[in-house]
Design a binder for this molecule. Sequence first.
Ligand code: HSE
Length: 442
Amino acid sequence: MAGSAPPAAVRVAVLGCGNVGQALVELLVGDGAALAARSGVRLELGGVAVADPGRARAGVPPGLLTGDAKALVADPGIDLVVELIGGLEPARTLVEAALESGKAVVTANKALLAAHGAQLAGFAAEQGVDLLYEAAVGGAIPVIRPLRESLAGERVRRVMGIVNGTTNFILTLMADEGVGYEAALAEAQRLGLAERDPTADVEGHDAAAKAAILAGLAFRCDVVDADVPRQGITGVPAVDVAFASRLGYVVKLLAVAEAVGEGLAVSVHPALVPLGHPLASVRGSFNAVFIEGDACGELMLYGRGAGGRPTASAVLGDIIDAAHNRLTGGAAPAPARARARLVPAEDVSSAYYLDVEVADRPGVLAAVATVFGHHGVSIRSMEQQGMGDEARLVFLTHRARHGDVQATIAELLELSAVRHVGGVLRMVTDEDPAALGAGGGA
Ligand code: HSE
């Protein structure tokens, strides 16, 4: 490199200075010379917008703090805006302002992208600038760029993600320790992994936003979080987690996007994953995204899905990419996207696990099995566990329409011998069409 000109500088504004913002500033300014040598671009921190600029932040030069995010975005000396505020407003207004003034934007804001991603991508394309968001799904895990670029030519069949570390931690604890949901949640809160109000994580809102983003990229269409049917983990009984384990499965909260005929099904739901499946090995607060495509076969991207430094690592990668593009006058590819043809939830099929508690007397199993038959739900196996005068019947089904399974449950509850239908959980099995193998399939 002797004699070569020093790389040109790109000036970066950071909006928001929570865990991720602070870690990012540390990575940006901590060893700027080494970063420039590694990346080939010189990044200069031009300002950090925070709600209370009077409060010092470790590692952030006080002279760079400002309370006026709007003015920082409008500053002609800023080339690139990093949005780490989160939520819809003021993030949306600030991102729009940055894009409209021709500045590249890097964001980790899944809620913003899942609600307004198509519109923001449109603004970025009009200006020929980058809108990059690797950190919005799976924290440090490179998954956005692989889907957008490495797999650009791939006919993706299915994407299944464990994209929420809080719920994966809770489910892992329930499986390992045999504890119930409430106790596992309390432990996650004690360790700082779950919020005091855990709704966004445990009810699947966070995962639904990430599912919408992944589905849009993998299937080249626009999906918003409101399109994603969502079931969280609050209703997963400990007894079903334990039963699943005896049967050779582990319960995971999955964000799933899969091709169904000419349409697309996207959902978030807890599911039984066979212990031999790569997703079963994703434990604790780790995340992973499992991708199945016609030519690539099966891929899994795994790592830390949250946390200041891991998330800042993905943000920094995007900043470097956008800075290179700014200096060379290009932008990352923005694939054409169509409106999604979403398949209604009741028409999506899956194998199911159903836990039916019944009076233990002659003829009950036959009556219950008849109800499955009425609705065209084919039983693959059944195991009975005695509970005094009652019994737990655990059914595993072949692939069945969600609507038919719901109708089965409704009719089962009309039988006098049926006391309760407990866990109703989808299963990842070899019967999934997407799992038939690369290039295979019916
Ligand atoms: N709350 C999320 C999780 C991290 O538990 O994975 C941010 O999306």
